[in-house]
Ligand binder design. Sequence first.
Ligand SMILES: [Zn+2]
Length: 447
Amino acid sequence: MATPSVGCRRGCLRLTALAELNRTILLCRDHVIDELSDEEICQCFESRKVLCVSDRRNLASYSGQTALFTLVSLLSRMGMQIELAIPDVAMLFTQPPMSGSSVRQALVSSSESLVSGATVCCDSTFAPEIVFVVGDTQFEGNHVSCWRLTGSDWWGALAMDRTTGVDAWTSEWPVGSMISAALAANEAFKFVMRRLPLRGQADRVFFEESQSCNWDFGAVHVPEEGVDLGMVDVISAGAICQAALYALMRFPNVRMSGRIFDDDLTGASNLNRNMLSSVADIGLLKVQVVARCCSAKLRLKPIAVRFPGDSCKIGQLARRVLVGVDDIPSRWEVQRHAPGWIAVSGTSHFGVSSSAHRPDEPCCGCLHPVDDPVGANPIPTVSFVSFWAGLAMTVRLLRDALASSYSANRQHLWLTPLRMDLPHAGMWLPVAPRRDCPAHCLASRVL
Ligand SMILES: [Zn+2]
């Protein structure tokens, strides 16, 4: 058999990258000029060089390690090139889907495995354009954009380089570290968008860099023995549920068993956001990929059925259900079948919607009463937007298990994570019951 020429192999790699970043490219098309080719947009992501820096002290905590792993994952899923300037420290916990004997080895091993061509290396000749510094690590900036990731158990922040008032990562609960990583990935995305010609000059405001931004999900007391979530059913093994389970696996001492439903196979175009999937998983059932990746921490039975599908195979739903399907009528169907609490998260372009519903509260049908036919088309997405949707859902699940659910005026969260430095980027809202609720929930029937 003839050996493929170098040119041919390069051509194949280009097609692979275009397929894997397809949904991110589609999202950019909301704002870039029509004349720009997919290849040019793809190239602009792939040519970005990002340096991630941490010292030993900040990687000595579980939250510091989780901030770095989550950041590298979110950046890689945008196709970017990453250099690490970190010491070789032992892994404190597993960080699926990445694995290795040390933090550095696990991250470098992930090179080109999450998205083809997205490298992770420790090459000192690398000239970075953007720098992310973990916690209070000492770093001398060299005239490139530089942000610090900081935070605590339940809140996370990002700020352009400054060392005063910044603490090292020491917290054990990792919500804040994952928030800071999502805030950082957003800045890297906007860095790319500022280098692409936009259709309207007014759109530039969406992609301005943030000097500082933060988000707080609110602290909750966690008992020393941890959290038992009991049985949880997960509807969809797509981007949002993968992000939710990615987050859930990173909590120390959380116990959960349940089922995950989806009949879909992992496709190349899922890799830009599916946090538990890698290039090697293309063609495999999503439920198998997710159940295998979670197996070290969570017991999830994979069921290759689309909900509601075959009710004989599904039976009664668990008392807690996570719903990550885009299809609105499927959400109503889950709500009609759910005997207890459900959480629903979804994304639309740069927007995130996340809500939770007890049986006596206005349901997801009251919140999303109209079907959205656009859902049938390829959906524009990017790693950090889907990640916010999953993370918000996981926080709600933990809070419900800890009997600390948000109050009624926080039943719905609408988040637009592009400009988290601006007021109203995240809005907590109540859900009003509707007489015409398509799920005919209790709250709608007593109006
Ligand atoms: Zn309802």
